[in-house]
Design a protein around this ligand. Structure first.
Ligand code: GLY
Ligand code: MN
Ligand code: MN
Length: 463
């Protein structure tokens, strides 16, 4: 049965009917303005593009723009530097970038050049990156404060110090070096933490593409295939949905491999009677999605698998009830700890009184990570989790994951053998709304009944 018509799955329109959703250009201008409004008078913010990373000899890793740089410009090229100078008469947004070069463009693709930087990316002024040594010190000189993410870009840190020293060396001619270096991240990352309506649209779309991919992987799954076969199904849908890169390396862990939290080999055969845990999400216009589903290779949960699965699902559903404006960040995690600890006691896998077991963290051999993280341009997105030593209070527009799990180590001799090696994680992406939260990833089934129905239907009529 095809995606979209399968029992238990959300009905999706064909991928070809869905336009890829991106951040509108106007949004970048709005963000720059909002950042500059928070900067002190007579200051400059400087951000370098991500460097190119060599994979081997003359082959490069796929290029991914630095998230902060992308957030403020949407400019997709390497070898570029943003300078934001509030109140500058000749324009506040200065972009240094590569010049057009017909020969290089023939080999490597088109470049915006300085004209394109102004016309298509809203720069007020654009200069060749090769001229930065001559121009940028002049833009810094006389400004009292430099906003910059010190320590994030090692090579660029060095360059910046050289430009500052160039200014210092001209002190006797009256040049004024800046007096203060200020970390840019607190301002920028607070902005990135609260998603705009346009960002939520992109993230909703990324989540939907990833949801389709997980549905397809469930439908394709059968004993005898390998973990990489399911990875191929996922990444086929990601690309069909217009995603250029995965948000992180896809995890397809069957059987005991599911107990390895960031398993990446994806080579093992899928065995009858085992579960497979898939943690995979695509990236759209530099926004991540992050979904985990766990299902039986043969389409039917065993009694032990089902018991663990339903416990993790109960924790996942309980967490949503604790995500709303005014709730603090850790409430959802604490709720999952309570559900999982009580459930493990009920199943006889932990012994004792629930409050005491929570207090002594007895659940940790089974549930050793937190229930989620901020989600956005980075899969583990920026933004403080505590303010003044207190857990952060949730606000509308914050995006986070909900991902409780139970992992019973294959060598855990404190539990009977049939439980060993079972690993279940269920992960959804949510955005905090005015009165609660919206789950962005509900397109993938997650009850036992829905998953078994979806897989049974796919087995009856393979695509
Ligand atoms: N995929 C990484 C995570 O779930 O945090
Ligand atoms: Mn994940
Ligand atoms: Mn996650």
């Amino acid at each position: 049965m095809r995606p979209g018509h399968a029992a238990g799955a959300k009905t999706f329109p064909a991928l070809s009917e869905v336009a890829v959703i991106r951040i509108p250009k106007t949004e970048y201008a709005r963000r720059r303005k909002a950042l500059m409004a928070q900067m002190e008078p007579n200051s400059i913010a400087i951000l370098p593009a991500a460097p190119v990373h060599v994979r081997n000899r003359d082959v490069e890793h796929a290029y991914r723009q630095d998230s902060d740089f992308q957030y403020l410009s949407g400019f997709p090229e390497p070898d570029a530097v943003i300078a934001l100078i509030p109140g500058r008469e000749h324009g506040e947004f200065v972009l240094f970038c590569r010049e057009r070069n017909p020969e290089r463009e023939l080999w490597d693709g088109l470049r915006a050049g300085q004209e394109g930087a102004i016309r298509d990316f809203g720069a007020d002024d654009a200069f060749p990156i090769t001229d930065i040594d001559e121009i940028l010190p002049g833009l810094i000189e006389g400004r009292s404060r430099v906003y910059y993410a010190i320590g994030t870009h090692a090579e660029f840190d060095q360059q910046l110090l050289e430009w500052i020293n160039t200014i210092r060396s001209k002190a006797r001619q009256g040049a004024q070096p800046p007096r203060e270096f200020v970390a840019l991240e607190p301002l920028l990352h607070e902005m990135r933490l609260i998603k705009s309506a346009a960002e939520i649209k992109v993230m909703r779309y990324a989540a939907e593409v990833s949801a389709r991919a997980h549905v397809r992987a469930m439908q394709a799954c059968q004993p005898g295939l390998h973990e990489y076969d399911l990875e191929a199904e996922l990444e086929y849908v990601f690309r069909k949905g217009g995603s250029r890169q995965v948000a992180y390396e896809s995890i397809v862990g069957s059987g005991r491999n599911g107990c390895i939290l960031h398993y990446r080999e994806n080579e093992a055969p899928l065995r009858d009677g085992e579960l497979v845990l898939i943690d995979a999400g695509c990236e759209i216009d530099c926004y991540a999605s992050d979904i985990t589903r766990t299902f039986p290779v043969n389409g039917r949960f065993s009694a032990e698998q089902k018991a663990i699965y339903e416990l993790v699902l109960a924790a996942n559903l309980e967490a949503f009830r604790h995500i709303a404006p005014g709730r603090h960040w850790a409430e959802a995690h604490e709720a999952t700890v309570r559900v999982i600890t009580a459930g493990l006691v009920e199943l006889g896998l932990l012994e004792g009184e629930v409050d005491a077991l929570i207090q002594s963290e007895a659940y940790k051999p089974f549930y050793m990570h937190r229930a989620g993280h901020w989600l956005g341009m980075d899969v583990h997105d920026v933004g403080d989790y505590k303010i003044g030593g207190q857990w952060r209070v949730l606000e509308p527009g914050m995006c986070l994951t909900v991902e409780p799990g139970i992992y019973i180590a294959p060598d855990n001799e404190s539990v009977p053998a049939p439980w060993r090696g079972i690993a279940v994680r269920i992960e959804d992406d949510v955005v905090v709304t005015r009165d609660g939260c919206e789950v962005l990833t509900s397109g993938v089934p997650k009850t036992v009944v829905e998953i078994e129905a979806l897989m049974a239907a796919a087995a009856r009529s393979p695509a």
